[in-house]
Design a protein. Structure first.
Length: 627
């Protein structure tokens, strides 16, 4: 109940004198302004308790019998699922309007402060009104579902280009099946409602019908669950994909599906009234991760971003999470021209911020208002990007490193390769430390059969290998993302480092070195192209630009994801610059090349002395490798 308690304190301070509100003022605020929903019954009860204590704490009455009864909060703080409708499918149950909405408002306001027999009477009346509201919503949804079925049937009966009847193709049959199942679910829900004589599920538009009759909530605040896609049960993933555009908008495979917080963000905007505010704590990687592209595009295109504050390193933002928080505060209305997004919180936050127009398009958000960010934006507009020439992606995924790394003695040498991890990389060089059991052929396809020793090693692990999230068939020793990881010419860099460090794999012995998914890979068309790209990425100025868009991690490290490197400027002349090839060769020999490399990069980017000073503040000359 922390968010509701905080809201009560803020609103009470505004309503009181000298920042102190009376118990009566707190009761009025509870009666009209605060609503809460949580799946956990214990959380609901504890929230009620905290709000009751907040009311009692300001009550000055000394005689217990004269203290007003505690407010009835069970009609305001509800147990329920905020993400999904009580009936699946595409139908969204609507809120009742007019007299019924007004009746619900009046009943709730009276119930909050009622006691004794009057309370019991109001509880029955409110439940009856909520049932009528839910029934009206279900009937309207049934009508919409029948209309969609009629559209499908009409399309099947329509004529094709040759005057014949089109008939029900696979798409029409699938739509008909979905809509008919939806209609059956709606009818079953209405029968349950009639039998139970109270709403047996939580539904925003039924239980808070008066709020939605007025357009929605003025403020939606919360700290939604942060749950990576691979930890979401398959059935829930299916439901999320069917329900939320931002969840499925950027999904190109299992590893690219979003965090559950993305669905809560989209849902919060649905619940907010036009012009209302949504204030959430979400994972900071939402600002840069590829899976957040649809959400970022939707937010910048249809809302006003008031604050997008990365709280990494903030003492007050430390809590039990493995990723860093982003405080996101948006208004549900398009941004005015020239609007700037504040990138920090508090009354002392700088007013300048970042132009929202710079964050459009779904690309990574660079949430920095300093000159270095302006330089980065300018360079991206003046030059082609790495993504225009190279496809960056994660390295090989085994899905079971403990099975494939450091295989036992006896495995034939022809099935052994050297694995490369992020921690093994330095600028221009990579040191192989771990052997990898390699079960694919020269064409990248998994081998049909394995030698006896390798087969015996893998046999006990077969159930685990078949249960891997990316496994969709074939031999159980199949790996994932093989093609890029085994390309003849590759550039690789560490996913986690103090600064961007790249290495080209172009030598005759590099074919037997396989970058794992703690590295990123960019296949190149030639050895020269790979060497020059690696040199370019190792320049201090390009590293500084990468750091602006990278996600911070502990200990001064940053995550240099594919989206970060893909968005770096790459002037056309870089890939034909022979001096970069010479620098790459010298760098592999361990010679000092940084100064010469930085001079070339500054010239190609057209950096002024002032630009260099601004970017130089982001250059880390310390250790470059992963811990």
């Amino acid at each position: 109940g922390a968010f509701l308690l905080g809201a009560l304190e803020r609103l009470s301070a505004l309503a009181g004198q000298d920042g102190v509100a009376s118990s009566a003022a707190r009761r009025r605020i509870l009666q009209r302004s605060l609503f809460g929903v949580d799946r956990s019954a214990a959380a609901v009860r504890l929230t009620e308790l905290r709000l009751w204590l907040a009311v009692i704490a300001e009550d000055r009455e000394e005689r217990p019998e004269r203290v007003e009864p505690l407010p009835n909060l069970d009609c305001l703080i509800r147990q329920g699922d905020s993400l999904f409708e009580p009936v699946g499918g595409q139908v969204r149950l609507r809120a009742p309007e007019g007299a019924l909405a007004n009746e619900l408002t009046a009943l709730r306001h009276q119930l909050v402060t009622a006691s004794g027999s009057r309370k019991r009477e109001l509880v029955r009346a409110l439940r009856t009104a909520e049932c009528r509201a839910a029934e009206a919503s279900l009937r309207a949804a049934e009508s919409e579902s029948r209309a969609r079925i009629a559209e499908c049937l009409s399309a099947a009966r329509s004529q094709d280009l040759f005057g014949g009847q089109r008939g029900a193709d696979a798409g029409i049959r699938r739509c008909l099946a979905d809509h008919r199942a939806e209609l059956r679910a709606l009818r079953a829900a209405r029968r349950t409602l009639a039998r139970e004589r109270e709403v047996p599920w939580f539904h925003y538009q039924s239980h808070f019908a008066d709020v939605f009759a007025a357009g929605g909530f003025d403020l939606v605040a919360g700290n939604p669950p942060w749950l990576r896609a691979e930890e979401v049960p398959p059935e829930m993933r299916r439901r999320l994909e069917g329900r939320y555009r931002w969840w499925r908008g950027s999904a190109r495979g299992f590893g690219h599906r979003p965090d559950v917080a993305v669905a809560f963000l989209e849902r919060s905007l649905e619940l907010a009234a036009p012009g209302g505010i949504v204030a959430l704590l979400v994972p900071a990687k939402l600002a840069t991760a590829g899976y957040g592209a649809a959400a970022r595009h939707g937010l910048t295109a249809s809302t006003t971003l008031i604050h997008a504050a990365d709280l990494t390193g903030r003492p007050g933002a430390v809590f039990d999470a493995t990723v860093y928080p982003l405080a996101l505060i948006v208004r549900k209305s398009p941004a005015p021209g020239g609007h700037r997004v504040r990138t920090s919180l508090g009354s002392g936050a700088p007013a300048a911020g970042v132009l929202q127009a710079r964050l459009t398009g779904g690309g990574p958000w660079i949430l920095s208002a300093d000159r270095a960010s302006e330089i980065a934006a300018r360079l991206r507009g003046e030059h082609p990007l790495v993504a225009d020439r190279f496809a960056c992606q994660l390295g090989l995924k085994t899905g079971a490193n403990h099975v494939f790394l450091d295989p036992p003695a006896g495995v034939p040498p022809q099935l052994l390769r050297w694995a490369l991890r992020g921690r093994d990389l330095r600028a221009f060089r990579a040191r192989s430390r771990v052997r990898l059991l390699w079960t694919h052929g020269p064409d990248g396809a998994p081998l049909d059969r394995l030698p006896p020793a390798a087969a015996a090693h893998l046999a006990p692990h077969e159930p685990l290998l078949r249960a891997r999230a990316d496994f969709v068939g074939g031999p159980p020793w199949t790996r994932f993302r093989v093609r890029a990881a085994t390309a003849r010419h590759r550039v690789i860099w560490s996913d986690l480092a103090r600064r961007l460090t790249a290495c080209a794999l172009t030598g005759p012995r590099d074919g037997g070195r396989i970058p794992l998914n703690t590295c990123y890979v960019a296949p190149a068309s030639s050895a020269d192209e790979a060497e020059r790209l690696a040199a370019w990425l190792n320049s201090s100025w390009v590293g500084a630009l990468a750091r602006i868009g990278a996600m911070p991690a502990a200990g001064g490290f940053h995550r240099f994801a594919a989206s970060v490197v893909s968005g770096l400027p790459l002037p056309a002349a870089v890939l034909t610059d022979q001096s970069l090839s010479a620098i790459a060769a010298a760098g592999r020999r361990g010679e000092a090349v940084q100064e010469a490399l930085d001079d070339i990069a500054a010239t190609r980017l057209g950096l002024s002395d002032r630009d260099r000073r601004s970017l130089g503040r982001l250059v880390d000359h310390g250790t470059t490798h992963r811990r």
